[in-house]
Ligand binder design. Structure first.
Ligand SMILES: CC(C)(COP(=O)(O)OP(=O)(O)OC[C@H]1O[C@@H](n2cnc3c(N)ncnc32)[C@H](O)[C@@H]1OP(=O)(O)O)[C@@H](O)C(=O)NCCC(=O)NCCS
Length: 201
């Protein structure tokens, strides 16, 4: 599936110079996911986890995410360059999902985060999730801009900024930007369907 030039950007012009392929990630993608996280620049790593984490913690987090959450990977060739996660269950209310995103530092600001969020909206809708929660550091302008793009009102909560994307509204906004072009949900890897019982705690 090729998602090159999936949507028309505003400013600046996006330059996704390679074909970007999206698919769900499963447990067999742990090494690629770990490599992707380790490739993030220091500030991006810190923004992704709201601080620093140990390798041990990271490995456990990745294993749990790939086993329990909806995880969408964006590949440039064989290289994992972006990940969107949607966690449900546990302390998260039914019908809601808590999101997390990471885009390879060299790929930032080219529209990849937007593509991942659009795919996540489709995946959420397909799995009866009506609200996507975005939680990020209050200084994380890129993540806040990305969430606002799909209708979230970001509000301060301590040193965090929290917003909610109504999935139906977000899909409408995405469709408006796509000017009636469809964007497919990522295919599920054979034998590794994403489960919906994740917890972040
Ligand atoms: C947040 C993140 C996923 C956005 O991905 P991206 O591919 O850069 O996003 P896009 O190119 O689709 O741009 C989305 C919005 O962010 C803005 N943006 C992107 N990079 C930015 C930057 N460095 N500074 C300010 N704004 C930025 C874009 O202008 C766009 O805003 P707009 O809709 O108002 O034009 C990415 O920056 C990232 O991985 N950051 C490190 C990890 C992280 O912070 N994750 C979020 C917490 S879970």
């Amino acid at each position: 599936m090729l998602l090159k030039f999936l949507f028309k950007p505003r400013e600046p012009q996006f330059a996704l110079g390679e074909d970007i392929r999206l698919r769900y990630l499963g447990p067999s993608d742990a090494t690629a996911f770990r490599d992707h996280i380790h490739e993030l620049h220091f500030e991006d790593f810190r923004d992704r986890f709201n601080g620093l984490v140990s390798d041990y913690w990271l490995d456990k987090y990745i294993a749990r995410s790939l086993n329990e959450a909806i995880v969408i990977g964006a590949f440039a060739g064989d290289h994992l360059v972006g990940v969107g996660e949607l966690h449900t269950g546990g302390r998260i209310e039914p019908g809601q999902g808590e999101s997390a995103f990471s885009v390879a530092s060299d790929w930032r600001h080219k529209g990849l985060g937007t593509i991942l969020l659009k795919a996540m909206l489709r995946a959420a809708s397909d799995n009866d999730i009506s609200t996507i929660i975005v939680m990020t550091g209050s200084q994380n302008h890129a993540m806040k801009a990305l969430a606002r793009r799909f209708g979230a009102r970001m509000q301060f909560a301590g040193d965090q900024s929290v917003g909610r994307i109504n999935v139906a509204d977000g899909l409408r906004l995405a469709a408006r930007r796509l000017k009636d072009r469809n964007f497919p949900a990522p295919p599920v890897p054979i034998g590794e369907p994403p489960a919906l019982s994740a917890s972040l705690t």
